[in-house]
Design a protein around this ligand. Structure first.
Ligand code: TXA
Ligand code: MG
Length: 336
């Protein structure tokens, strides 16, 4: 049996140094960001990036985000000199916005899954920034979960699922935003949201004027964040619009996920409230932890009460819809 990776305090500089040494040697380090935990490798080391795909059981067609520690450095890896890019970077970096732009020759094709565009972001987390600076190179990192499963927002989520397959886990506490970055393509004539996330469509529109978002667009996904089933619990999940729509059959154990406490709280095997005050930021931060808790108590079903689709509610509903999508034939995704 392989050894479980150490979980160490991300605030200690010597742990950042140790993590950077592992990355330099081609290893994998899970680290905190403000959105979710990332599974990092040296972005300029193709064999190290290849290990990310193996550990996550991630399909090779799914490109990986390149994390940088400052905007100037970012320009070496992708074309960020358009007015739109500059404005977006000024307004949202460091933060939960990934910009998809034409890649430079410095980025190995395995990172972008062979695409001509690269996704770049500067995370707003001191440990993530310290790690990138200590390595002296950008870090390629997807969310640190088995492909298709709910993203990790605490170090122990990573150690539970990938503990034996990473070299070190930096513990930076709970992720503040709790939902992944917004992935925005600047490669289209009008900026297009490929994945809703921590920066809202409204906020982006304020900067670039117009932004396109077609969450249910048909055709081949360009971002697997666009895959129908993703961010999924093993327990079947359904979205309901009124608490009254929820009827548990006798003998069935059903859990409820809701923004605020519903009037009637009996009959549920478990209830997860995302924010007592109905605050969507707090709800986003609590979403994945709540889904994980509901997923490990042997429920027959999870019912999620629909949230308002404004601001961060858009990203939250996006994740819930993908979680609710019918699984493809075969074993449950994320059952790693
Ligand atoms: O908040 C986040 O974005 C977290 C933290 C760790 O930074 N990362 C994350 O990575 O969620 P991942 O790989 O789990 O999801 C990234 C999404 C995927 O849907 C991927 O397909 C898309 O971004 N993406 C990355 N590079 C892209 C590119 N060049 N073109 C189109 N989509 C891209
Ligand atoms: Mg992911």
């Amino acid at each position: 049996m392989s050894k479980t990776a150490d979980v160490v305090d991300a605030r200690k500089p010597w742990n950042i140094e140790a993590a950077a040494a592992i990355l330099r040697a081609g290893g994998l380090v899970a680290f905190p960001t403000e959105t979710v935990y990332g599974l990092g490798a040296d972005a300029l080391n193709p064999p190290a990036v290849a290990r990310i795909f193996e550990v996550k059981k991630r399909p090779r067609f799914d490109p990986i985000i390149v994390h940088v520690a400052d905007a100037e450095e970012a320009g070496r890896y992708g074309s960020l000199d358009s007015e739109a890019a500059k404005e977006l970077i000024r307004r949202f970096w460091p933060g939960p916005l990934t910009l998809v732009v034409p890649r430079s020759e410095l980025v190995p094709p395995i990172v972008t899954a062979g695409l001509d565009a690269v996704g770049i972001r500067m995370p707003a987390h001191p440990a993530a920034l310290a790690l990138i600076r200590a390595l002296g190179r950008p870090i390629a990192a997807p969310s640190a979960n088995p492909f298709g499963y709910v993203s990790p927002t605490e170090a122990r989520h990573v150690s539970e699922q990938l503990g034996t397959r990473v070299d070190l886990i930096l513990d930076g506490g709970r992720c503040r935003v709790g939902i992944e970055s917004t992935v925005l393509s600047l490669a289209d004539p009008v900026p297009r949201i490929l994945r809703a996330g921590g920066v809202t469509a409204e906020e982006i529109a304020q900067v670039v004027g117009r932004v396109e978002y077609a969450p249910h667009a048909a055709g081949t996904p360009r971002a697997p964040g666009q895959l129908q089933r993703h961010y999924a619990t093993n327990t079947p999940l359904e979205i309901i619009t009124k608490p009254d729509d929820a009827r548990a059959t006798a003998g069935e154990r059903v859990g409820l996920l809701a923004l605020k406490a519903p009037g009637e709280q009996s009959g549920w095997a478990a209830v997860e409230i995302l924010s007592e005050t109905g605050d969507l930021r707090e709800a986003a931060a609590n979403l994945f932890g709540a889904l994980r808790r509901l997923d490990r108590i042997g429920l027959d079903r999870i019912l999620a009460l629909a949230l308002p689709e404004e601001g961060l509610g858009m990203a939250i509903m996006d994740r819930l819809r993908r979680c609710a999508a019918r699984p493809p034939a075969g074993p449950p995704m994320g059952a790693a």
